[in-house]
Each structure stands twice: as structure tokens, then as C-alpha cells.
Design a protein around this ligand. Structure first.
Ligand SMILES: [Zn+2]
Length: 542
């Protein structure tokens, strides 16, 4: 049964691998040589994988699960040009029901019926002959050793040709379906069980409000307090912002406002779960990825300094970043008048983030509000693949747009249209956020900063969505939007907006966020590094 199922998986569930062998980077040799290597390798690898579960009881259920994994894995690899790795699995476990529903479509069902349904019918009726424990064990061990022997016999003689091939085509390592899913689940979910939890290290000691707060308070009771909105965008690729030189009018509203857009901004990760905790960390990308402890983040330090901090989420949660500050989900606005127009099927357009925001802030302790408030708005942004749900009818300027989540079914032009409509809608959301801030200029020094969490592939190189391992991800997934509206807040810490305007071609990354916000809010902390403050060079001495 193991041999039959392995052969079935090789033939029906590994088309992404077979198709990829047809155009490998840096390889011009014969494809039949590749087939002679990868065919037996895949068969032996899958035999090895299945033989682990070749025990007398319950194996039919386990194998059915493997077949379903294989069908789903192939659907995502073929449909979106993605690979299945640990971070993809972590994302799956962090995704909410509405996000998963966005991914569901008839092609997935067809894939399930073919790849899993056919062997399912066979498995259901094939009789299982039960042997003694020792005989079963001996046969399974024999199967495993034979698989390993076949793999060694194939790989060792051609290692010299294979090694550079795999190095030039890193995604090959994630292509054997469903071994990729099984290994990724083990890596993401089982391995941590055997690891000690990371210690938690607090970095809030020494956090304090800077001199601007004392000056404001002493200004004969007329001192304004800061009100800063940090918008965490979703899937906003930088090169599709007109502000960054994109050839279509995706920023009609922001273009009329004094905003600053950094053209060369890069993300920490290529998916939400990798990027969001990283961008709020003081460690930066490399420090965050190699950390041996967990730390407080930017929001904890702002709160410890005495500011009011709230997180409002219009997505699948804050990935742990808002754990220690007051946080809200926009789900509680679904029945307000605004909610009834902005929300449907459990998802809301991002303008919902502003609905009732004043009331949310009013719930903060007055002791904190007396100093100032930082609001984080976590957007749904351009979350795919159901892009058509990410813009309002008024902002759908580019037509025709792709109205399915099976992106490979849409013409490239329709896909770009529907994505650009979501950027144009985000332009409207950011402009409305600025308008909301302007209503508070009487009592507050106001400002806004917008950063997206990562970019998106729109079919370039046959790749869709995002989440490829950083080292092999294309630019489109790493180039993000990074836009500041200085308002009246930047001047509070003597930032010269005209000077900032001359830095827009400088490279900035998520590493800059932590230090830039501390500088902008005039919050002192031993963790603050002036060199990473993107506004630091344009701050005049008080
Ligand atoms: Zn994201």
C-alpha cells in the first residue's frame, strides 16, 4: 500500500516540481537527466515518509490526511506559485476563518477530489492483513532502509551536478509534496514542544517622557499633547504607490496633502507573522530573527513612559504585539451605522478603524491621556487573494477587475487593476485618518505614519501572494510603502519637514520604525539608537 500511494503522489501531486524542472535557473542540461534523478528521488522520499505510518491500526486515516495535505499543497503551489515551508504553516495556524474562506474556491475542491478522493475510495475498501508486531516492524524497517538506499544511490553519483542546482533553485527544497507540508508542520508545531520557552526580558526600564512634555505643560496651561496614529498596512507593495513614481493614479487624495513617501523602503519579513513583531522590536531584522529571548516592544516602551497606547485591529490579530496594551477588534463595530455599510461576511473595509475611535481613546486612563496618545490601526489593506473585497465601489477606478480568488484565472491586467483599486482605497483611508487627526489639532500635536508589513507578487515569475522565504522572495514581496504625514507633531521635536523631503531616496527598513517613533514621540529609552531614527538627521537642536 505504501508503494502504491507513493507512486500515486509522484504522478498526481507533484506537478509543481515536475513543471519547475522544465526551467531551472542556471541549468541548461537535459530534462531527461533531471527526470531520472528526481523521479526515483521523489518516489523513495515519499515511500520513506509513508512508511513511518505503516503500522497496523489507524494508518488508513493517517494516509487519508496525507492525501488531503498533498491535494491542498499542490493547489496552493500551482495556483499561487508559492512554496510550503515553516512560516507558511505558522501563518495557516494564525489565520482566521474569514481569511481561509477567501482562499476557498472550486479548483481546490477539484484538486481534493482527484488527488485525495480517488485513493480514498481505494483505501476505504482495500483489506488490511494484520501481521504480528515483529513482522510488521521488520517489513517497515526494510522499506525505510530500501528507500534510503535508493536515495543515496541516486544522489551520491550526481552530487557534483545536483548541489549547485539546489543552491541556485532554493525552492526545490520545499517542492516534494506532501513531504514539505509534513516537515513544515513538524518544524512549526512539534519542534517547539521540545524546546524551552524563550525567557522574557523587559526593556521598559528607563523609559521616560522627554523635555518637550515639560515645556508643553508649562506653556501657561495651553500646552498641546501629542496624538499620533501609526497605521500598519497589509500587503502594500511600494512600487504601486503613485507617491513612489507608479504610473497610475493610486494616490489621488494623499497627493494633495503634504505627505512624505520613502521610495526605497524594505520589510523585515515577507508575511504578516514574520514582519509585524519584527517591526515593533528594538532588535532589527537580524537581531530579531536570531534572538534567544522575547522582549517588550515599542508599544510597551511608549506605555511605560506614561503615554496612552491602543491597538485597533481590522485583521486577524496583532501577532502578540498588542498583548500588554489596550486592544480592540473592529468586529465590535459591525452593527453600528458605519459598520452596516463597511462590513459584510465578517470582514470590514478599513474605514471601520476610525469608527468610534474617539470613544476608544476616551476609555484610556486620564493620567495617560494627560501626556499623550499613540493609536495603532492594523489594516486589512490589500490582503489577497480576494482583492476585490479590499476597495469600496467609489474607489474602483481601474476596470475590469479580477473578481475571483483563483488568481491564475484572471488576466494579468485585471489582477493589477483589482490590486491597484485596493491601494487607491487605502489612499482614501489614510486621507480620512489625516482628516480625523486635523479635527483634533485644537488640543493635540498630531501626526501619522503609515508602513505596510510586506509587499505582494502579482504573477511576476508565475508567483502570486507573498510569504516566500526572504532569501528567495522577489523584490515585489519586500518593497513596502513608508509614508509620513508630519502634521504638527514632527515640529514638536524640531523635525524639519523640508529636510525630510530631501531624504526620500534613502533606504529605510522596518528596523527604523522603533527608533523613529521613539524620537518622534520624544520618549527616552536606553534602547533608542539615534542612527536608526529615520527623522534624526533632520532634527534641529532645540
Ligand atoms: Zn501581511
Amino acid at each position: 500500500m505504501v508503494l502504491i500511494l507513493a507512486a500515486w503522489l509522484v504522478l498526481t501531486a507533484n506537478w509543481p516540481l515536475w513543471l519547475m524542472l522544465g526551467h531551472l535557473d542556471g541549468y541548461s542540461g537535459s530534462t531527461s537527466w533531471l527526470a531520472a534523478i528526481f523521479g526515483p528521488l521523489a518516489f523513495a522520499g515519499l515511500t520513506l515518509l509513508l512508511s513511518f505510518s505503516a503500522w497496523p491500526r489507524g494508518m488508513k486515516a493517517v494516509w487519508m490526511l496525507v492525501m488531503v495535505l498533498a491535494a491542498a499543497g499542490q493547489y496552493f503551489m500551482l495556483g499561487y506559485g508559492t512554496v510550503i515551508d515553516k512560516s507558511m504553516v505558522l501563518n495557516v495556524f494564525q489565520t482566521d476563518l474569514h481569511e481561509s474562506a477567501d482562499l476557498f474556491n472550486p479548483r481546490l475542491i477539484a484538486e481534493l477530489l482527484l488527488v485525495a478522493g480517488v485513493p480514498g475510495l481505494w483505501l476505504a475498501q482495500v483489506p488490511v492483513v494484520r501481521d504480528g508486531v515483529w513482522r510488521n516492524l521488520a517489513r517497515t524497517l526494510g522499506l525505510m532502509l530500501a528507500s534510503l538506499a535508493v536515495m543515496a544511490a541516486v544522489v551520491l553519483p550526481s552530487y557534483r551536478e545536483l548541489a549547485p542546482l539546489v543552491r541556485n533553485n532554493m525552492s526545490l527544497r520545499f517542492m516534494l509534496n506532501p513531504a514539505n507540508s509534513v516537515l513544515a508542520v513538524l518544524d512549526a508545531k512539534v519542534k517547539p514542544l521540545f524546546k524551552h520557552p524563550k525567557p522574557f526580558v523587559s526593556i521598559t526600564a528607563g523609559a521616560a517622557l522627554g523635555p518637550s512634555y515639560v515645556q508643553a505643560a508649562s506653556a501657561a496651561g495651553a500646552g498641546k499633547t501629542p496624538l499620533f496614529v501609526l497605521v500598519v498596512g497589509e500587503t502594500g507593495r511600494g512600487d504601486h504607490y503613485a507617491l513612489n513614481g507608479y504610473g497610475r493614479d493610486t494616490n489621488p487624495e494623499l497627493a494633495r496633502l503634504p505627505v512624505l513617501s520613502w521610495h526605497q523602503a524594505r520589510s523585515c519579513g515577507t508575511n504578516t507573522l514574520a514582519s509585524v513583531p519584527c517591526m515593533f522590536s528594538h532588535l532589527g531584522k537580524s537581531g530579531f530573527e536570531s534572538r534567544s529571548a522575547d522582549y517588550d516592544n515599542l508599544l510597551d516602551v511608549l506605555q511605560a513612559a506614561g503615554l496612552g497606547v491602543i491597538w485597533v485591529d481590522n485583521q486577524a490579530g496583532c501577532k502578540g504585539v498588542c498583548e500588554r496594551v489596550p486592544n480592540f477588534s473592529t468586529a465590535d463595530r459591525a452593527e453600528t451605522p458605519a459598520g452596516r455599510t463597511l462590513c459584510s461576511e465578517g470582514e470590514c473595509l478599513d474605514e471601520i478603524l476610525l469608527d468610534g475611535l474617539d470613544e476608544r481613546i476616551a476609555q484610556l486612563p486620564s493620567e495617560q491621556r494627560r501626556h499623550g496618545v499613540v493609536v495603532v490601526l492594523h489594516e486589512m489593506g490589500s490582503h489577497g487573494p480576494a482583492y476585490f473585497r479590499r476597495s469600496s465601489p467609489e474607489t474602483k477606478a481601474f476596470k475590469p477587475e479580477c473578481t475571483t480568488n483563483a488568481l491564475a484565472d484572471c488576466a494579468h491586467e485585471q489582477l493589477v487593476n483589482v490590486y491597484d483599486n485596493s491601494i487607491r482605497y487605502n489612499d482614501h483611508v489614510l486621507a480620512r485618518t489625516i482628516a480625523w487627526l486635523q479635527q483634533h489639532e485644537g488640543q493635540h500635536d498630531v501626526g501619522m505614519l503609515y508602513l505596510s508589513d510586506h509587499g505582494e507578487s502579482l504573477g511576476e515569475y508565475g508567483i502570486y501572494l507573498h510569504g516566500l522565504p526572504y532569501a528567495m522572495a522577489p523584490e515585489e514581496q519586500k518593497h513596502i510603502a513608508f509614508i509620513d504625514w508630519p502634521g504638527t507633531l514632527a515640529a514638536r521635536t524640531h523635525v524639519d519637514a523640508a529636510c525630510l523631503g530631501r531624504t526620500l531616496d534613502a533606504p529605510v527598513t522596518h528596523d527604523n520604525l522603533y527608533h523613529t517613533v521613539l524620537g518622534l514621540m520624544d520618549v527616552r529609552s536606553p534602547t533608542y539608537r539615534p542612527a536608526l531614527d529615520a527623522f534624526g538627521a533632520c532634527r534641529k537642536a532645540a
